[in-house]
Design a protein around this ligand. Structure first.
Ligand code: LLP
Length: 432
């Protein structure tokens, strides 16, 4: 459930009027709801209660320190993919012993840092990486805890760019080769085998691919448990959310309604599919959700700068661009766009392209979207932008990155300042 609703004709995040937040901090502006994040965390935790489980948030989805702190305080651990993410977790007061370090291309410097900090496990993607970790741990007189990433070869039915668990992907080690690689790892002096991991993709909208990947992997997990005494099995993240979803509003027919659920399938369906095959394993289960926790907990607020009517189309040119939120341009992904001022009960609907100011035709948030009439100066909320939004932002077209704010109840705090033009050139150096 997310906590963005119209109240008295104005879109609110929890108890805060979004128009006031935009006034205070300017646009484009990411606004996150702490209550929504905590609600998702608590529900997932409750659904997995029959298992000895840990929820380790995939930091890549949204790595603002305030979000990490919120989750650390709720007792979450973290799935990190870089030294930078580990650094952020530490700065947020997170515990390195509650971090798994994933990713196909860890650098020497990153491995050294993670060894020194004492992460829970390196999730290893290849034999070469394993050798590198063994060597670095040896130089430090340590034994590095590792899990190998299994590639179960299942089709998660999601966008090809974010599908990771099939044979053609660069991720993981095929099930047929995994035992041999574990045997090699067992012989390495500075490696300690502690677990096994997998992650089949992101924005997965059915429970079955998760269940199928688990079914394929469990025989191996049993074998690893008896051979090496592994202590955990991480089943990755990937739970999809509903991007086409209704807001509690009057009767505006441009909204779709999914009965208040934030995940694409219910958390119950997910638990029903995965808990039974995992319960019998008698091993600790890790999950690494990113989008599920934060996706629908964030919006990108943007103001309409100009309306442009051409012979073919009507465009609303807004002050956010593809550099602020690249998902529509990169994956053609759909985000609901809600006027912050609630439209009347039977608004005039029109088809419109919502586009940014960047010099590319790919710079759009919606094409031919049926919406209540949009005017210059209107404030719009691009919904479900809490995951893979700000973290994928760039300074393309020399646009300073947007600010971020966090709402909790009736309080709103700025959690990242808007960049300035000075910030854009900081670090650039004159050639000799
Ligand atoms: N664990 C691993 C090893 C991962 O690679 C990922 C995401 C996750 C967990 C978290 O997945 P989630 O629960 O958020 O689906 N930029 C794309 C998504 C890329 C996901 C990459 N890996 C997007 O905007 O849709």
């Amino acid at each position: 459930m997310h906590l963005f609703q119209y109240r008295d004709g104005k879109l609110h995040c929890e108890d805060v009027d979004l128009a006031c937040v935009a006034e205070k901090f300017g646009t484009p502006l990411y606004v996150y709801s702490a209550g929504t994040i905590l609600d998702h965390y608590t529900r997932l935790d409750a659904a997995l209660a029959p298992l000895d489980h840990l929820i380790w948030y995939a930091v890549k989805a949204n790595s603002n320190r305030a979000i990490l702190k919120l989750l650390a305080d709720a007792d979450a651990g973290f799935d990190i993919v870089s030294g930078g993410e580990l650094f952020r977790v530490l700065r947020a007061g997170g515990d390195p012993a509650k971090c798994t370090f994933a990713g196909v291309g860890k650098s020497r410097e990153e491995i050294e840092f993670a060894c020194e900090q004492g992460v829970y496990s390196f999730n290893v993607e290849s034999e070469s990486e394993l050798e590198q970790i063994d060597q670095i741990a040896g130089e430090k007189n340590l034994r590095a805890p590792i899990a190998l990433r299994a590639n179960p070869d299942v089709d998660p039915h999601t966008h090809e760019y974010i599908s990771t668990g099939s044979r053609e992907n660069k991720f993981g080690i095929a099930l047929g080769q995994l035992l041999a690689v574990y045997e090699g790892a067992a012989k390495m002096r500075n490696i300690e085998i502690v677990g096994v991991q997998m992650h089949i993709g992101s924005q997965i909208t059915e429970a079955e691919p998760f269940a199928s990947a688990i079914r394929k992997t469990t025989p191996l997990v049993r074998e690893l448990k008896s051979k090496y005494g592994i202590k955990f099995f991480s089943i990755g993240g990937g739970m999809g959310i509903i991007y086409r979803r209704a807001l509690e509003s009057g009767s505006g027919k441009w909204w779709h309604d999914h009965g208040g659920e934030s995940s694409a399938f219910s958390i119950r369906d997910y638990a029903d599919a995965i808990v039974p095959p995992l319960r019998d394993l008698g091993i600790r289960i890790l999950v690494e959700p990113g989008r599920f926790l934060v996706g629908s907990a964030g919006v990108l607020l943007t103001r309409v700068r100009y309306i442009k009517q051409t012979a073919e189309k009507k465009f609303a040119i807004v002050d956010a661009g593809m550099n602020d939120l690249i998902r529509p341009a990169l994956y053609h992904s759909y985000h609901e766009i809600a006027p912050v001022k609630e439209p009347s009960k039977s608004p005039n609907l029109e088809k419109i392209d919502i586009v940014g100011p960047v010099c590319e035709s790919g710079d759009f948030f919606a094409l031919d979207r049926e919406m209540p009439e949009v005017h210059e100066g209107d404030l719009l909320a691009i919904m479900s932008a809490g995951a893979y939004g700000f973290v994928m932002a760039s300074n393309y077209n020399s646009r300073p990155s947007p600010a971020e704010a966090l709402v909790h109840g009736d309080k709103v705090s700025l959690i990242r300042e808007r960049q300035t033009w000075e910030d854009l050139v900081r670090g650039e150096v004159e050639p000799l």
